[in-house]
Design a protein around this ligand. Sequence first.
Ligand SMILES: Nc1ncnc2c1ncn2[C@@H]1O[C@H](COP(=O)(O)OP(=O)(O)O)[C@@H](O)[C@H]1O
Ligand SMILES: O=P(O)(O)OC[C@H](O)CO
Length: 491
Amino acid sequence: MYILAIDQGTTSTRAIVFDADGAIVALDQREHRQSFPRPGWVEHDPVEIWHNVQAVSTRALDQAGLSRADVAAIGITNQRETTILWDAATGEPVHPAIVWQDTRTDALIRTLAGDAGPDRFRDRCGLPLATYFAAPKVVWLLDNVPGLRARAEAGEIRFGTVDTWLIEKLTGRHVTDVTNASRTMLMNLTTLDWDDELLAAFGIPRVMLPEIGSSSYVYGEAKTMLHGVPVASALGDQQAALFGQACFSPGEAKCTYGTGSFLLLNTGTRPVSSERGLVTTVGYRIGDADPVYALEGSIAITGSLVQWLRDNLGLIASAPEINELAATVEDNGGCYIVPAFAGLFAPHWRPDARGVITGLTGYVTKGHLARAALEATAWQVKDVVDAMMAEAAVPLETLKVDGGMTASDLLMAFQADVLDVPVVRPTVAETTALGAAYAAGLAVGFWPDTDTLRAKWHVDRRWEPSMPADQRDRGHALWLRAVERSFGWAD
Ligand SMILES: Nc1ncnc2c1ncn2[C@@H]1O[C@H](COP(=O)(O)OP(=O)(O)O)[C@@H](O)[C@H]1O
Ligand SMILES: O=P(O)(O)OC[C@H](O)CO
């Protein structure tokens, strides 16, 4: 028997079939359209995403020569915060999905923050007020789609993040998981239920919200594809990577390097609140067990800076080529890039920041720019790790890494150097899908416990730090000066 994991990400949807060893048997992937109707706006078509989920699932099973009878469970993991509203009767979206990167709610955020500031709701939901999270996107839709608020109040409209959208399409149930719910700003982190005060502050009717389930739990049987197979997990993709990296003990952390990068630290069964710009989130919940919380450093732009050098500047023809270009020079030549394309997320939370390239002289070549782009990822992660270590008061012994950018040897070596901590990458690179598969497998008894899953984690590659401390400190001081330069640009 096998587990089918569906990883519905920001740019593409993957379906991966895993065997009982946690090894990949088949994989299929399909990109979906990114719509940018105005500067700062990012939308997806929820129907296209659902079609892609069905297509990649079918193709992955076909590749492996499997039928539904071979599949013990389906696991779901998804891009988080992306917001969909649909008609409860027809299941038709009433508007395109508003993607997590979308900044259209900037003014709304400032109004909601008022004199209390962006941390107004942090005590309850663990999150700062930011365009990133789901609740402001729901408010924008209720305020801007004609007649929608009245219909929502009458119970005719449903809200969901991508997990909810897919689970309803698969099983007919309107339900979310607790990790995705913890990214809305509407769930109370302690009760794990929708919070009436938060709902009142945002003006969001409770009737449109889904039920909240565990991350590893049987949501129901699939009805629209793979008939009868249990849908047995749902986790936000970053939490799924934490699970797939077997970070089951407090103090264990992983960083996923994709279009953005997200570092999560397991803090155990109590939420740890942050005063240094990290967010408190649910890491996972297995069945009725106590939830496990995490501190998260969310960085909006890392791999997408590489894509920008490729697509907007034409410096490289493909993302991997950045490494060859960066290898043409010894160092960054004094050049720093702060990719604050959508403001800066953790640990700064500065919507007024915009991208800067500093330290330009006649000496700087495109090789230096390539190197500065890779280094920007490592420095952003260092700022998050520094905040996390100060807050959690536990030293980081190693950093487990995954995601597309971990293919860059130069970046991973530089990351170990600037953190002064070894960086380790596991044998299964698809840790996000693996986490969803693990959670689904646990729910149906395919795997007995997390110790069994931990034993499956094996190191593929390890990078040891070797940079002298004074060089690291000098580089970091310059990076922080460059970050300062990015502040206060947008109104
Ligand atoms: N060899 C490489 N070196 C540096 N960056 C890379 C490399 N390969 C891919 N990337 C970057 O990694 C990102 C893709 O990683 P992936 O984990 O697939 O992202 P996501 O799941 O966020 O779509 C892209 O932004 C791309 O620019
Ligand atoms: O889809 P990804 O991998 O870019 O992840 C996006 C995050 O879930 C956003 O919070």
